[in-house]
Write a new protein. Structure first.
Length: 97
């Protein structure tokens, strides 16, 4: 199982999720600003969850942000060597003694 974690390109996954998180968050904020500008003309108010696509953008931003953080942590853990490091029985016995 540890070798599986080492084979997955966590840095690339973190980069892709980071870019997607950034642009979905920027799209959410841009949509909120645009909707507020439009509704201010007709004396209304727009919210973050006013339409289905704004809710979808916000949900995607949250999901991609969480995936970015998780894959970044896994990338760091693999680079540090916490995954894939094999411990022999002798080392375990020496630590217990």
């Amino acid at each position: 199982m540890n070798s599986l974690f080492k084979k997955i390109p966590w840095g690339i996954i973190a980069g892709i999720c980071g870019v997607l998180a950034f642009y979905t968050l920027a799209g959410t904020i841009g949509a909120l600003i645009a909707m507020n500008a439009i509704t201010s003309i007709v004396e209304g108010a727009a919210g973050l969850f006013g339409t289905w696509w704004q809710t979808l953008l916000f949900s995607c931003a949250v999901i991609f942000s969480i995936l970015f953080l998780c894959s970044l942590v896994m990338f760091i853990l693999v680079k540090v060597g916490l995954f894939g490091k094999k411990v022999s029985k002798e080392e375990i016995e020496n630590e217990n003694a």
